[in-house]
Design a protein around this ligand. Structure first.
Ligand code: SAH
Ligand code: SF4
Ligand code: F3S
Length: 484
């Protein structure tokens, strides 16, 4: 894990070291020197703005980039009128890309007023060759572009960017390297994501992730447990284990470990209170895991189990490797083992060839499964995926109509399912104070948000809260007693 870097011990006059972590510390030191001079000339700190699109893996990687920026001496600010603007991009759906292009237009204007401004793009979208071509041709004012595999080289790339006038692009096809011990700036002091694996091998036919994140690689369980231990030592009590398909964790390790075994090892860390994980693929959800969730003291009773579609025919075309019956059977099984489980899911509407009958099957699974929440997405064609070449793309108006019908069923069911907690007292981890002063927001183990009047000493603590009023996907409540 990361320890404070002592820059006085790094020789910045010699050649950069070969060891990857030390090498990056060396470049951080070099930039600190540059920055001290720059900041003296400006008579103020040099600022950066970092924005993250996409999923929790991107959030986690942004924490590393922020950690390196802070270590190098930059001051973070929220707005984009900063000296350096960094976007960590997502490409899972087309609108994620469009957002970035839209923002770049605005940044161009800002840069005209501040020619010393630097613009940096990285993350999933940059792993697509057509995107990089477009950035090269249409957005030459972007200073640095890198991908998902070489983030650990950020300090060195930054240094190179500072020493040239033209756009610097470095994209790797893939990597076996997992570089540990880089600085991280955590978004919360009391909860944290922990990567347990990288990449994805499933190739669902609509999905771009395996192309931009590379092949599945699991981290060694010891490295994961050590990271959790040092997070706990640093005040963290809730961890979210992250992977595109956590249920296949550990299969390719030299000494294979199952995900349930990993959970057991993480659970043994003293001082840790809650364990969450994302995402579970139904095809790999094991009885061992279901059983473990039932008896664990720390694993939260919340399972995110993306169904994508309720139609067995569409699921086959999606290459999901389970069918409607198998999915419903899993829901039954998990409810049998963990009766108070909160289930959430992802659903795609308008996959190529989806008929009204297929769509009705999706509504049927939603009706039968009693999800607490479902994230609904309109199918987005991703070039390079098998589904992009499929005929019968569903007309826009039909998709829109289905999407609206699905959303109203999801909301109606969600409201009904969430109301089961009405009047109960639940333990919540208090996460933030809302804009309305004195009102705090916490999360139950079921991942349900609760707003309640409180005091700032409650932040980061577990408090007993009575859930008074169900507002659909969240509650208004009252703190009952303070615990811990
Ligand atoms: N690894 C996770 C999902 C990661 S992407 C899993 O398999 O569950 C998050 C969600 O985005 C997916 O569950 C899917 O519902 C949605 N998604 C992925 N590709 C999409 C596409 N091309 N169009 C619309 N939604 C998509
Ligand atoms: Fe995409 Fe499927 Fe991998 Fe999830 S499991 S990231 S949906 S290919
Ligand atoms: Fe997006 Fe990449 Fe995550 S494409 S959803 S940020 S893995």
């Amino acid at each position: 894990m990361f320890n404070e870097i002592d820059f006085t011990k790094i020789d910045l006059t010699g050649q950069p070291p070969a060891d990857e972590t030390k090498r990056q510390y060396y470049f951080m030191g070099k930039i600190r020197e540059l920055l001290a001079r720059e900041s003296a000339v400006l008579g103020r700190p040099v600022t950066y703005c970092l924005q993250t699109f996409g999923c929790q893996m991107n959030e986690k990687q942004s924490e590393v980039v922020a950690g390196i920026m802070d270590e190098m001496g930059f001051d973070r600010k929220e707005s984009e009128d900063a000296d350096i603007v960094i976007y960590n991009t997502c490409t899972v759906r087309e609108n994620a890309n469009l957002k970035v292009y839209g923002r770049l237009g605005k940044l161009h204007n800002l840069k005209k007023h501040n020619p010393d401004m630097k613009i940096i793009l990285f993350g999933c979208m940059m792993q697509e060759p057509h995107v990089v071509d477009k950035i090269r041709n249409d957005y030459p004012f972007v200073d640095l572009v890198f991908g998902t595999h070489n983030i650990f080289r950020f300090a060195e790339l930054f240094y190179e960017m500072k020493n040239r006038d033209s756009q610097l692009v470095e994209i790797w096809e893939g990597t076996e390297q997992i570089v540990e011990e880089l600085p991280t700036e955590r978004n919360y002091s009391f909860k944290s994501g922990v990567n347990i694996m990288f990449g994805c091998n499933n190739f669902c036919s609509y999905c771009i992730v395996p192309y931009v994140r590379g092949r599945e690689r699991s981290r060694e369980p010891e490295a994961i447990v050590n990271e959790v231990k040092s997070l706990v030592a640093d005040g963290v009590t809730e961890v979210m284990l992250l992977g595109q398909n956590v249920n296949s964790y550990g299969k390719t390790l030299e000494h294979p470990v199952t995900f349930a075994q990993l959970l057991q090892m993480v659970e043994a860390v003293p001082g840790l209170h809650r364990i969450r994980f994302m995402t579970s693929h139904p095809k790999d959800l094991s009885d061992e895991l279901i059983e473990y969730m039932g008896k664990s003291k720390k694993v939260c009773h919340h399972l995110h189990l993306p169904m994508q579609s309720g139609s067995s025919r569409i699921l086959k075309l999606m290459n999901r490797r389970y069918d409607k019956e198998k999915y419903l059977e899993l829901v039954q099984k998990i409810r049998g083992a963990v009766p108070d489980i909160s289930l959430t899911t992802d659903i795609i509407v308008g996959f190529p060839g989806e008929t009204e009958e297929d769509f009705l099957e999706t509504l049927d699974v939603v009706d039968k499964s009693n999800f607490d929440t479902a994230f609904t997405f309109i199918y987005s064609k991703r070039s390079g995926t098998p589904a992009a070449k499929m005929e019968d793309q569903v007309p826009e108006d039909v998709v829109k109509d289905r999407f609206d019908r699905l959303l109203s069923l999801v909301q109606e069911k969600g409201r009904m399912v969430s109301s089961r907690f009405q009047g109960t007292v639940q333990e919540v981890l208090v996460e933030t104070e809302s804009k309305e002063k004195g009102i705090f927001t916490g999360r139950t183990q079921y991942n349900l948000l609760v707003h309640f009047p409180g005091t700032s000493d409650m932040l980061g603590k577990y408090i007993q809260v009575r859930l008074d009023t169900c507002k659909g996907f969240y509650y208004l409540g009252t703190a009952v007693t303070e615990q811990e």
